[in-house]
Each structure stands twice: as C-alpha cells, then as structure tokens.
Design a protein around this ligand. Structure first.
Ligand code: 5GP
Ligand code: ZN
Length: 136
C-alpha cells in the first residue's frame, strides 16, 4: 500500500524520478540526494512502512539480501574500502523520512565521515538491570 503524502512512496513507485541503481518487484534502490559519501544509496520498499516496527517479518530478510547484493556490486564498481548499512527509526534516532529505508554507505579511506557513537562506560550492575528490563 502506498501513502498519498509520502515522497518515498512516490520515488519508489517511479512517480517522482530518481537516480535508480536497481529495481525489482517490491524495491527500488536510489542514490541519496544528500550523500554522506560517493555512491550513498537508499533501499526503498515500494509499499509504505513508516519504519522497521511496521516492516513485515518476511521483508526484513529481503532487505538484507538486497543490501548485500548492492554492497558487493557497489564495492566492485566504486572501489570503496568499507561499507556501512544504516537504518534509522524515529526522530530521536535521526529518521527524517517516515518511510522505511536502509542506507547503503560506501566508505573510503580518509573520507572524513563519522558514522558512530560515543561509547559509554556502564557498571556491571547497570548492564544486569538493562538485561532484566529487556529479557525479564
Ligand atoms: P533518514 O535521516 O530518514 O534516515 O534518511 C533520509 C535520507 O533521505 C537522507 O539521507 C536524505 O538525504 C535523503 N532524501 C531525502 N529526500 C530525498 C529525495 O527526495 N530524494 C532522494 N534521493 N533522497 C532524499
Ligand atoms: Zn511511503
């Protein structure tokens, strides 16, 4: 299902043009308009799912299979030396477009990008408490 007001629905379904790297029945892979590095691309499902939480289980495997296929091809063609898969869910996590997408970010030695986090230093007790919260 598409959502009328969603720009990624329109791009994924070809109603708005994009630099498409690959297309198959349920997906389109496009170049990002604000790339982190040369070749930064996005996997878009053609159906609308706002985020990972809404993505049906069977699509999760499809997205990762497609990410690997694209990473192999892009690494070969672009000559990048590393690759980040990034997938943001919710505003606090940096999601700006509420249509599930996975970032494919080729990395080059000295490309100057920082994709990461500042590591914390939790006490063992805190880790225990978190584990209980998640698993208990
Ligand atoms: P998010 O922050 O939601 O994980 O990522 C959204 C991404 O979509 C950003 O990297 C942004 O540059 C890209 N983007 C936003 N609007 C468009 C668009 O209209 N076309 C393309 N190709 N990329 C877009
Ligand atoms: Zn959409």
């Amino acid at each position: 299902m598409k959502e009328e007001s969603c720009i990624f629905c329109k791009i994924a379904n070809g109603e708005i043009p994009s630099e498409t790297l690959y297309e198959e029945e349920g997906y389109r892979v496009i170049l990002d308009l604000g790339p982190a590095t040369r070749g930064h691309a996005l996997i878009l499902p053609k159906d609308h799912y706002a985020s990972l939480y809404e993505l049906p289980d069977e699509k999760c495997g499809e997205v990762l299979r497609l990410a690997k296929k694209m990473a192999v091809r892009m690494t070969d063609r672009l000559g990048c030396s590393g690759f980040n898969l990034v997938q943001n869910n919710g505003e606090s996590a940096g999601q700006t477009v509420r249509h599930f997408h996975m970032h494919l970010i080729p990395r080059y030695d000295g490309d100057g990008q920082e994709i990461g986090w500042k590591p914390g230093k939790p006490e063992q007790e805190e880790l225990k408490e978190i584990r209980k919260t998640i698993c208990g």
